[in-house]
Ligand binder design. Structure first.
Ligand SMILES: [Zn+2]
Length: 76
């Protein structure tokens, strides 16, 4: 598996997990062609399997941990 440094199309709120329909944070490009989208939960769950069949995994789950300061202020 090679690491592709070409910036891929960023995932948007319109991209949905193939399993549950939540917002997708991982795009998996398959060796066989085609691609799958997963939310963070399912991306983690299937990652061991995905690594066997993926040509490239675009992981944007770090977006989830980068909580905006404005969101934290609402948590009082
Ligand atoms: Zn999901």
């Amino acid at each position: 598996m090679t690491t592709v440094l070409t910036p891929a199309t960023p995932l948007t709120a319109g991209d949905r997990c193939d399993r549950c329909g939540a917002q997708a944070y991982l795009r998996v490009v398959l060796i066989s062609g085609g691609e799958l989208l997963f939310c963070a939960h399912h991306g983690r769950k299937f990652q061991p399997e995905l690594k066997k069949i993926a040509a490239e995994i675009q992981d944007e789950t770090e977006k989830l941990t980068a909580t905006p300061a404005s969101a934290q202020e609402n948590e009082r």
